[in-house]
Design a binder for this molecule. Structure first.
Ligand code: BMA
Length: 323
């Protein structure tokens, strides 16, 4: 697994001024990613000096050098939400059929909810609704229905101990008929206290391989007193029954090492949130030797890119097999 030599691939100076709200951006991080019509698209989280958060789209031909559009993503219908929405952020993008769905965190008065929107062209975006009814984060949709249901992984915000960070210790599988009303199916993995992934949450949406649903998640080591260290790891779910976990990495696959990962507005954060898996077979399974580009927020300040393959991630995900 290699960091791109041009890292960080996006910094605040790549964000154009978008008057009146986003001028002299403070940070850009935690992108959703997708390949759309031969271009790589990122949905970036940017912050203004008001510390308001805005989503903007960046596009690229090679997946490395991005140009940021000078408009803020507007989800049509979001303004109709009755309760106050402070920020929407950490977009995860999933293609299902001809539609692209975006699941994001919504900071509201009573905590964090998950919102869902859709687009066909990445120009017009529609808000479909609030897809949660509890404090929850890191919702990622599966790219296809399984047994007639939409599936997602999500992470209820329940700290393991009262003084711990507002995070969560288990990733759940949930199902839905309509993308808005979700029911928990089963807990998938839990935080491993004392190790790299004490608190956990999903990264980019899962990808189908012949060996199972491949997934990258983030883990937080919170046992260093003043520092929470955000890292990336891999796991694998059964193809036909994704409530069964096949394996999970023992060692992280990505951790803060570069200075721009260790220093920033939230130090020591590598937060994988988007990926592009390049090659699939005719039946839609990712090929083992396919290149994978993983986009991640670093220190809640810039965007990093690292390169790996499906096989490397599968090997990592099978490090601790679960029987
Ligand atoms: C998490 C989320 C992420 C953020 C990370 C590090 O709980 O809020 O959006 O990148 O913390 O601050």
């Amino acid at each position: 697994m290699h960091r791109n030599p041009n890292n960080p691939i996006l910094t605040r100076s790549d964000i154009p001024d978008i008057k009146p709200n986003l001028i002299d951006a403070t940070s850009v991080f935690n992108p959703g990613a997708i390949k759309f019509k031969d271009k790589y698209l990122l949905m970036l989280r940017t912050q203004a000096r008001s510390r308001e958060t805005f989503l903007v789209i960046a596009e690229s031909v090679d997946g490395v050098k991005f140009t940021v559009r000078d408009e803020i993503v507007h989800f049509k219908g979001l303004e109709k939400v009755k309760d106050r929405v402070y920020h929407i952020y950490d977009a995860r993008i999933t293609q299902i059929g001809d539609d692209y769905y975006i699941m994001f965190a919504m900071d509201m008065e009573d905590g964090c909810q998950l919102g869902v929107g859709s687009t066909k062209d990445f120009k017009e975006f529609e808000f479909l609704g609030i897809a949660s009814n509890e404090d929850i984060r890191n919702g990622v949709l599966f790219p296809e229905k399984v047994d007639g249901k939409y599936l997602r992984m999500d992470r209820p915000n329940k700290a393991r101990h009262s003084s711990g960070p507002t995070s969560g210790t288990s990733i759940w599988l949930s199902e839905s008929d309509d993308m808005i009303n979700w029911n928990p199916v089963a807990p998938l993995i839990s935080g491993r206290f004392h190790y790299w992934d004490e608190f956990i949450g999903s990264g980019p949406p899962p990808v189908k391989t012949r060996e199972g649903w491949l997934h990258v998640y983030h883990g937080v080591a919170g046992h260093f007193g003043s520092a929470n260290i955000y890292q990336g790891g891999a796991m694998l779910l059964d193809l036909n029954d994704p409530s069964k976990v096949i394996g999970r990495c023992k060692h992280n696959i990505l951790e803060p090492r570069e200075i721009w990962e260790m220093a920033g507005q939230v130090p020591n954060v590598c937060f994988p949130s988007g990926w592009v898996v390049e090659d699939f077979d005719d039946e839609g399974f990712a090929l083992p030797d396919s290149e994978v580009k993983i986009y991640y927020g670093a220190a809640d300040t810039v965007v990093g890119l690292y390169h790996t393959t499906v096989q490397e991630l599968l090997d990592a995900a099978r490090e601790s097999e679960i029987s």
